[in-house]
Design a protein around this ligand. Sequence first.
Ligand code: SF4
Length: 476
Amino acid sequence: MNNFLLKSYLKCRRKAWLDFKADKQYKSWSAQNAIQNYVEFKTFEKYTGSKLFSGIKGCEEGYVGVLGMKMKHILKNDLEILVNPSILIKVKGKSIWGRYKYIPAISKLGNRTTKEHLFDLALSSIALEKFQNSKVEHGLVFKRYKNQIKVEKIFLKDKLKDKAVNIFSELNNSLIQNIPEITENRKKCSICYWQKYCDNEAKLKGYLTDIDGIGLNTSKFLKKLGIQNINQLATFNKNELEQKLLKYHDKNITKYSKFIDQSIAYKSGSAISLPNRDKYLKIFFEANPGFLIFDIESNPDENHDFLYGLLSISNIWQNSKDDIYEPILNLKNEKKIISNPKILTKLISKKNWPILHYGDTEKIAIIKLAREANFFESEIEILKSRFIDLHLIVRKSWILPLKNYSLKTVANWVGYNWEQNNVSGSKALFWWLQYQDNQTNIFLEKIIKYNKDDCLATLHIARWLLNNLKYNFKEK
Ligand code: SF4
């Protein structure tokens, strides 16, 4: 058992169990994981000035950073751990190797330093103290931001070390039990490499959290009402539900009634159309010279929108040879570019064209950019009024037989396939990080191809909505 399992355990008990015992063929490639590993290595390279070496030889020769060091250690009650610190950093001191010693360090992606980081440093320090015969008073947490490394010093007190040992022993006990249940907080699953594996089981068992909008708390509340799974939810009588809700002083029957409809759609595989859906699509029947379809790729960690993709469509109903996709790159993210951002010029040059997008990111980003470029409030209002969020329209018009209403899920369901396999926003970010480091155009090309597909997928959804106005779908 090693310290990596503890990191998994702190995220989800089941994850640690699967890491330790499950057949690795069920594990999927995770963009999030790849980003973590990539950023971690680049951070270590930058901090140490590439003075890195691997294993014990690195320590003996006094390298600034040592990777891949493995140390066996017996914690309390004969509990053995194989500690593999993310990196060891050379500092002043005295150890078995001479007039220097090492301390453990770790890199983080978000802004928060979590228990995972603290316990990992604590366990590493326990093994390292014994191994190098020298005290470790603190560890380091690195965070890469705009090509700089921020360093946080973490004091490794006995209390923290004791906590880390206790939780490791809890992990040890959990691994000899049966496989833990799927976490109730399914948000965690979206970035986990066991997601497909767990999704299959959740579907089979009819987990309530598979229904769009049902999170941890709602699922707990529904269980209190006697609804344990999707089957029970789909067949639940709405009047009875209303009575039960009143007992709990909850009058939001509309919300729960929608969950029932969502579970009916999910179970049956058929979409349910909502009344008055035509009104949301009125804009498409007005005389517009054309439409812009807009999608952004960004690095949220650095507040950097690095690609604005614009697809100009002259006829929303069918393809035309005049349709143009244009990728507008913002490679540097420098303030001076903001004084004359090309994307704003482009959007304004087609001032009568509505801007279709999926989700609120695009509108928020452009309004922010317009404010930074000192647009008048009246100009900003005009710009705002041009944005049409298809994600909102889909939600107001249909209950789809899907787990969520993300662009990928909905577009796949309406029959759109991305040209590149297994792509996602996270994968585009992974390509972007690699491009930033080595300026290899192939990564930019992949990102642009992906972004163009996102625009085309948005168009595909718009056309599906329009085409389905013509049919006589059963109204609710
Ligand atoms: S997919 Fe979810 S439940 Fe399964 S191991 Fe990962 S986090 Fe846990």
